[in-house]
Design a protein around this ligand. Structure first.
Ligand SMILES: C[S@@+](CC[C@H](N)C(=O)[O-])C[C@H]1O[C@@H](n2cnc3c(N)ncnc32)[C@H](O)[C@@H]1O
Length: 407
């Protein structure tokens, strides 16, 4: 694949863009096995029997979220990134237009033009990082599998909020994906002069409070500040693979209760809430999701209410390690962990290892190095399935899913 932004050096986000896609995946598979196979052999499992074929992504048009820095002028705004060749401290505020980035889903690309028009019509002045002037810092756009949009304008203050409000109806007229009540338009306030993407205050401007992300038949909800996996095709495969492995456990090993730690909006938890196939098909499982983001938890609670299952599938905001250790009487058969890049850490891993009621751990990791370190602290568990899922084509990154059972 070719990208003129990468060829010119303007954007360096996709270091493997010139490498054939099959080769990229083979290199990732090699890298993940180098990291994890020694640990797999250490518990007497043959790695060749363990690894499923990698899950392949479309190599382009797979990103469901665009985080655009706004540069240029109110008359001619540019959506993309800051000029990478300048030092952040002495930046003149100039940027690179990335609206034709080949990674974005087509529905995102189609939205960028109307968004730029709305910015011009409202006279929103792009924020200049060097001079610390201007109002509009970023535009963050997410597209759902059903092609509905969430558009968030990240402003430095409320000064230009009235002007933004006046152009939202025209923006909705221009974009079919915003005309449904299920779409979302907000302003986010980021008053500090720091290299952050968004602030804490979110102001609804139009549409619903959440974007409906229907995945594998599960109507997940996403609130503006919640996390969602960036590649919809691979996210669907990730949850489907997790469900298939768990459902296929022998009857005596079927989990009746599940903790979904680092649950985000509950993708794993809702997928595992009912056995879809296998010996326990149709059986409901008790699920408890834990996540530090209160916005993600609110979104997950809405899905529980929508599905009328709040009695068996509940979500709590808090730190995964602290909450797990604080509930010794409520320990489940299966724990799902899907932490950020730093992994789950030694405390949680040791607690999982020493808590004998926990029979299975399903570990979904975006960083195989920290996964390898965490596995060192889980010596009483042996891997029974492993799979690489290529969440991030054109880069070194990938997701790896592993089901571990107590030896
Ligand atoms: C890789 S995301 C996974 C989200 C979710 N499992 C999914 O499939 O979309 C990691 C999540 O961990 C959350 N998180 C970070 N630190 C945490 C902590 N100490 N305790 C609980 N959740 C945490 C983040 O807010 C984020 O939603």
């Amino acid at each position: 694949m070719r990208c003129h932004h990468f060829a010119s050096g303007a954007c360096r986000s996709c270091p493997h863009i010139g490498v054939g896609y099959r080769h990229q995946v083979a290199a990732k598979q090699h890298a993940v096995r180098e990291l994890l196979d020694p640990r797999i052999r250490a518990v007497d499992v043959d790695p060749d029997q363990l690894w499923a074929d990698p899950a392949l992504s479309p190599e382009a048009r797979f990103r469901n979220k665009a985080k655009m820095v706004v540069t240029g002028t109110a008359e001619q705004p540019k959506l993309g990134i800051l000029d990478q060749h300048q030092h952040p401290k002495h930046h003149d505020g100039s940027g690179v237009d990335l609206t034709d980035c080949p990674l974005y889903e087509p529905g995102l690309e189609a939205a960028f033009g109307p968004i730029a028009e709305a910015i011009s019509e409202a006279g929103l002045v792009p924020y200049n990082v060097g001079k610390r002037t201007g109002e509009l810092k970023h535009v963050i756009v997410t597209i759902s599998p059903q092609q509905q949009l969430m558009i968030r304008f990240v402003l430095r203050s409320t000064d230009q909020l009235p002007a933004l409000r006046t152009v939202v109806p025209a923006l909705r007229d221009r974009l079919a994906q915003l005309q449904t009540p299920a779409a979302v338009v907000t302003a986010n306030l980021l008053p500090v002069h720091q290299a952050l993407l968004e602030g804490e205050e979110e102001i609804p401007l139009a549409g619903d409070e959440t974007l409906r992300m229907l995945l594998n038949g599960v109507p997940l909800n996403l609130r503006p500040q919640g996390f969602f996996q960036t590649n919809t095709v691979i996210a669907a495969e990730l949850y489907a693979q997790a469900t298939a492995w768990v459902d296929a456990l022998p009857p005596q090993d079927q989990p009746r209760s599940v903790w979904d730690l680092y649950c985000g909006v509950g993708g794993f938890g809702f997928s595992l809430a009912q056995a879809q196939s296998g010996p326990a098909k149709g059986q409901r499982r008790r699920v408890w999701g834990v996540e530090v983001s209160t916005e993600a938890i609110r979104a997950a609670q809405r899905t529980s209410a929508d599905l009328d299952c709040a009695d068996t599938v509940r979500f709590v905001a808090g730190d995964a390690t602290a909450l797990a250790q604080d509930h010794p009487d409520d320990v489940p058969d299966l724990v799902v962990v899907n932490p950020p890049r730093r992994g789950i850490g030694a405390d949680l891993a040791r607690w999982l290892n020493s808590t004998e009621e926990i029979r299975h751990v399903l570990y979904s990791s975006c960083n195989a190095k920290t996964l390898a370190a965490d596995l060192e602290q889980l010596p009483d568990f042996a891997p029974v399935h492993a799979r690489l899922l290529d969440m991030f084509p054109q880069t070194d990154h990938y997701e790896v899913l592993m089901l571990l059972s107590r030896c």
